[in-house]
Design a binder for this molecule. Structure first.
Ligand code: 6R9
Length: 572
């Protein structure tokens, strides 16, 4: 792909010179930033909240929360007190002990974060869930991890199969007029009465922090466990990648059910003492622009699917809001199409900085930095101190521009520590005891920029050519009629596979045979003849995960009449 690079931004940035810093960086230097470097006593909640409450940041706003009915703010000092109350409540109304798993299954609200950090103060391992999960998904996750407690709402409670989960002892309910019994606790009733003093449970840096269940390409959810030590990389990328500064108002749009909503929804910003916005409720283009205007958001972290929806809502809408506070915009979760990067420059006058990482990596791994030129369509360069390479199936490093497995050298600070209950699955990620193999396919160019091609399982082999679905999807997206596209390989007796595209159209466009041909010609001319989809099928919308990823395995299963596998992470 021939692209025009967009030059670096002027200004003072934490990562002022990528090449210099990346040349020799030692993660143990970052340990000095934490209070446990001297005390040896570790707790994420202390580093993210109490530490600031005991400093000049005491009365600085930690959390702005807004939804349809609430508009509240909490300083670091208030967060310290509320999370202490939550910790006391959780402790006195349960048998929970350090290392036990507690799940969070509720819509975003300040109480969600009180409970989450209260649980961390007790030394629990927190398992965040999407509020849209149905009973089967809840059962799988709580059963696999022997969860002892869950916090939820009366509306969601019917989806918690308490009787089938022998380890589950306590249900904390957040709502009004809760009827308590020997396992149900009214969270709100006890929260305000609880003491706001709490003795934090001090942990080892290798003790558990969060347990995020994620479905890989095969679809079976697995529990990815992160240790307290993940904070080292989350903090440092908060500086280098989010470029957080003392005065920033930061907004990450992700739900805590997705790793982005914990690591970068709250951990990274609060570890760096930054004011954070949490918006409850559903996505709406005007609601989102209004949030940026109302809070004066300066750093904004979202996902390609959201940017594409905003793009679809039209540029005129952008002009109705004052978005001039925005300083730094970032994206994660899926490939960021060059079309979207160009749109960002055009309407916000901001480069959208793509970041690549996974639940398993625990923090950002390949990124675009404010001080570095962006090549639209590229994920950027590895975070300093982390070695990323493209390797073949034997673990040999490949030369630039060769497509292969995107791999990371084992041992980066926020690397997952376990797949819960499944040591052999954990081992299966590593090759030659050296490389963590991500399951993504990519190549690196001569300048060290990485280019995503697709999940390894999604790469298409057509007439002897390897085609990454992402390239084709990005080209399709440039066609004026196309709103979203998902591309798969469909088995073909002559070509091995042919390229099949599923396409959702923009408003005002109707499916037709002419449109099919027009789109095919468009890809042929813009990309390559062999990359043009032989078949195009129109859909009202594409199957996506709750974090916005197009589920190509579902498209493929539909096409080939195969079982779709676990669908718990699919959007409604
Ligand atoms: C943080 C997160 C991980 C998978 C990953 C890749 C895809 C994420 C991406 C990207 C292209 C990016 N992915 N960021 N693909 N460009 N910038 O998303 O974690 O939900 O575990 O997903 O998402 O395929 O392997 P997770």
């Amino acid at each position: 792909m021939k692209v025009e690079a967009i030059p670096a931004k002027q200004g003072e940035h934490h990562l002022h010179n990528y090449e210099d810093i990346a040349a020799n960086f030692d993660w143990t230097e970052v340990e000095k930033e934490f209070s446990w470097y001297e005390s040896g006593k570790v707790n994420m909640a202390y580093e993210a909240i109490d530490r600031h409450a005991e400093s000049y940041r005491k009365n600085k706003v930690a959390l702005y929360y807004k939804d349809q009915s609430r508009n509240e703010s909490y300083t670091f000092y208030e967060m310290k007190r509320m999370t202490n109350r939550a910790a006391n409540l959780l402790k006195s109304h349960s048998e929970l002990e350090k290392g036990d798993r507690m799940f969070i299954f509720m819509p975003r609200s300040p109480e969600l974060y009180f409970a989450m950090f209260g649980a961390l103060k007790m030394g629990l391992i927190v398992g965040p869930l999407f509020e849209a999960f149905m009973e089967g998904a809840i059962y799988d996750r709580l059963d696999d991890s022997d969860a002892k407690a869950i916090i939820t709402t009366p509306e969601l409670l019917p989806r918690v199969p308490f009787d089938r989960l022998p380890h589950l002892k306590t249900v904390f309910l957040v709502g009004e007029e809760i009827e308590e019994n020997d396992h149900t606790v009214d969270f709100m009733k006890h929260l305000h009465g609880a003491s706001d003093k709490f003795e934090i449970e001090w942990l080892d840096k290798e003790d558990g922090l969060v347990l995020h269940y994620t479905s890989g390409s095969t679809g079976k959810p697995k529990g990815v466990l992160h240790a307290q030590y993940a904070m080292v990389q989350q903090y440092q990328t908060g500086k280098w990648v989010l470029d957080l500064q003392e005065e920033d108002i930061y907004w990450c749009t992700a739900d805590p059910g997705w790793v982005t909503g914990t690591a970068y929804g709250v951990f990274a910003p609060w570890l760096t003492g930054t004011t954070t916005v949490i918006l409850g409720g559903r996505f709406s283009p005007d609601g989102w622009y209004k949030a940026i205007e109302d809070f004066g958001v300066t750093v904004w972290y979202s996902a390609p699917t959201a940017f594409r929806m905003l793009m679809g809502a039209g540029d005129a809408l952008v002009k109705e809001y004052d978005l001039s506070t925005l300083r730094h915009v970032l994206s994660v979760g899926e490939p960021l199409n060059p079309e979207v990067v160009r749109w960002g420059v055009q309407v916000f006058d901001k480069r959208i900085h793509d970041t690549w990482w996974m639940t398993e990596t625990g923090a950002q791994t390949i990124c675009n930095y404010p001080s570095m030129a962006i090549k639209p369509g590229s994920m950027g360069k590895p975070v300093p101190g982390i070695k990323v390479a493209i390797v073949d199936d034997q673990g040999n490093e490949l030369a630039p521009n060769q497509m292969g497995n995107l791999a990371i050298e084992k041992g980066w600070p926020s690397m997952m520590r376990q797949i819960w209950n499944n040591p052999s699955k954990y081992e299966s990620y590593f090759l030659n005891d050296k490389w963590y193999v991500s399951g993504d396919s990519a190549y690196m160019d001569e300048e060290g920029y990485f280019w995503f091609q697709g999940r390894v399982d999604d790469v298409i082999m057509t007439s002897g050519e390897r085609v990454g679905p992402f390239e084709v999807e990005s080209k399709l997206l440039e066609h004026p009629a196309v709103a979203e596209a998902g591309v798969i390989g469909k088995p073909d007796p002559v070509r091995g596979e042919i390229i099949k595209a599923f396409v959702a159209l923009n408003a005002g466009h109707e499916p037709s045979e002419e449109l099919v041909q027009d789109i095919q010609q468009f890809v042929k001319k813009g990309l390559a003849a062999h990359a043009a989809p032989k078949e195009i099928e129109f859909k009202d919308k594409l199957p996506k995960t709750r974090s916005g990823k197009i589920m190509r395995r579902v498209l493929k299963a539909w096409e080939l009449d195969l079982p779709t596998g676990d669908l718990s992470t699919m959007e409604d």
